[in-house]
Structure formats: C-alpha cells, structure tokens
Design a protein around this ligand. Structure first.
Ligand code: RIB
Ligand code: CA
Length: 317
C-alpha cells in the first residue's frame, strides 16, 4: 500500500481534532508529526488538546511540537465562540500523559523533512505563522517539501470577516509568505470547508462502536452541534487531509492568488483571479506577487464523509 508521509500544523480546535483523528488512523497516511500554533486558542491549550486527540485515536508516539505563541505582527484573536474556552468544546476531557516534544515547531519540521526517505506533504489547518517561520529559518529544507495542502482562504466569501477566512485573517503576513514560497500549494478553503458534515444521528451511530476514537468523535460532534445550534456540523479541517490522499474526490482549478495584507476591510482576503484570460489584458499586473495555487471548488460530499466515518469507526456500514 502506498503511504503518504504527512505533517499536520494545527490549532486544535474541534475540527482540527476531526482531522487529527483521521490522519492518525488512516492506513494510507504515515503521520510523521504535528506542530501546534496560536489560533483557535492559545498554543499551550492547542498542544493539550492535540495530545488528548492522539490518545483517543490510540495513535503511536507521534511527536507534537510547540510553535508560535501569536501572529507575526498582529495580536492573538481566539475563536472561543466556536470552539469553547479550551478550544475543544469545554468538555473537561482528562489531560493526556503524553509530553510535548522538546523541539520547537520549526525544528521538528526541519528534522522530520530531512529524515524522511519519502516526499513529505505538509497539511496546515491553522494560521500559517509556524510555516512562515519555518520557511525563513530553514529554506533549504523547505525546498524538499513535496507539497502543501492547506485549510485556509476562500475564492468566495469570508468567515472571520466579510472578505477573509479565519486562518489567513489571523496572520495575513504569514499566509503571504507561504503562498509566495514557490512550493506547490493546494488551497482547501471556505468554498468547500463547510460541506462535509456530521449529524446527531451520525453521532448516535458512532456511539454504538466500542472504539474509543468513535466515542470521542461522537462526543465532539454532539458538543459542536449543541454549541453552534446547527446540524449537520462541518467536519472542517478534515477535508484538507482527505484531499491530500483522495484528490479524485475533489474538483480544483489553478488560479493566481494573492493575500491582501493591507489594513483595510479586505485584510486577509485570498484574492483569486478567476477572470477569463482575455479580460486580464485590461490590467495584466494588478495582482503583483500572485502565486499559482490549486484552489478546491467542489467535492463528492458523500464520499468524503463516508471516508471519515469508515476510518474513525471500523464498524461503520
Ligand atoms: O476558517 C476555518 C478555520 O478556522 C479552521 O481551521 C478552524 O479550525 C479555524 O481554525
Ligand atoms: Ca484549524
């Protein structure tokens, strides 16, 4: 079986937890490590939450490293209204006995990529502060990355603001550095982010499994539904991991993309140039510093959902 060597960068977060559970369990993923960053909540809480998820997944001893404590320039802005004060639904889940890796996030990224005999896919699903710092600290190692599949951005509307998606909005300068890196990027953004979901009926089905990962997933789903008063709730960041190993389930198109780092109402917007070629002739240089990015526009929702459920719950029919 061909495996994808993968590193996640997370701000766990309930939907990051859905992604970590999947990546730790799926047989075609060789999860090399996880780096944590300030985003949905503070980085130390992110670490604590991520270690708890690895426990629930029954994962091997995967290194988890501490990264940036705030954006490059801006201040931290937490999404407690979505993820709770502790970032994972305020469920009072017992702390893990696992320990954070002694290396910083950028050191762990360097070591894992240098030591890997296989090309490494990096899947950030949080503000891109760690990735930007890594690119600046170890550019020669960064060049060895196979690709970046990131949850972030939007070719349409925003969520943190009218224009910007939360991960890019939280640290636009970091996002601009990553988008301009020259590393092949697939953007899994708000155009698809909300569509793979889970209902309380799905949670009830997961409850029938003796598997701790299925029970943990059911608890998160139920908590997310109760907190946001919506059903289905999105499986969120998980979709980026799925698109990295099942690209055939996703529809993408390559656009020139630039991150708005101004201080205006569009700050943090990922401006995707979707104009027909002949129209660009009118103003060919209006997107200076644009990067050529593979943008995810559609997906087979049913197949992506079933992929998650069957990975989390071996008894899922
Ligand atoms: O905009 C969605 C993103 O913001 C997701 O990664 C979610 O976890 C939050 O970090
Ligand atoms: Ca996230």
């Amino acid at each position: 079986m061909k495996k994808t060597s993968m590193i996640l960068d997370v701000d766990t977060g309930v939907d990051d937890a859905f992604a970590v559970l999947f990546a730790a369990r799926h047989p075609e993923i060789n999860l090399l490590g996880i780096t944590c960053v300030d985003g949905n909540t503070n980085v130390d809480q992110v670490i604590e939450n991520t270690l708890k998820v690895l426990d629930a997944a029954g994962a091997a001893d995967i290194p988890v490293a501490r990264g940036a404590v705030r954006p490059l320039l801006g201040k931290s802005q937490y999404a407690e209204y979505v993820h709770g004060a502790d970032g994972m639904g305020d469920l009072g889940i017992a702390p893990s006995s696992r320990k954070v890796d002694p290396r910083s996030a950028v050191e762990l990224l360097r070591d894992l990529i240098e030591e890997s005999s296989e090309p490494v896919t990096l899947v950030p699903m949080a503000p891109l502060t760690n990735i930007a710092l890594f690119l600046r600290a170890f550019p020669e190692t960064a060049k060895k990355l196979h690709r970046i599949v990131l949850m972030g951005g939007s070719a349409s509307a925003g969520n943190a603001t009218a224009a910007a998606e939360f991960n890019v909005w939280h640290d636009p300068e970091a996002a601009a550095i990553v988008f301009q890196s020259g590393i092949p990027i697939t953007m899994y953004g708000l155009d698809v982010f909300m569509r793979p979901g889970a209902t309380s009926e799905d949670a009830a089905q997961l409850r029938k499994s003796p598997d701790p990962a299925a029970q943990f997933a059911a608890t998160l789903i139920e908590a997310f539904i109760e907190r946001l008063h919506v059903s289905p709730i999105t499986l969120g960041d998980y979709g980026a991991v799925a698109s990295a190993i099942r690209p055939q389930l996703f529809t993408t198109e390559i656009f020139d993309v630039v991150v708005d780092t101004s201080q205006g109402p569009a700050r943090g917007q990922t401006i995707c140039d979707r104009r027909a070629a002949f129209l660009k002739a009118l103003e060919p240089n209006d997107l200076s510093d644009a990067a050529s990015v593979r943008v995810t526009l559609d997906l087979d929702v049913e197949a992506v959902e079933q992929l998650w459920f069957k990975t989390i719950d071996k008894q899922w029919l």
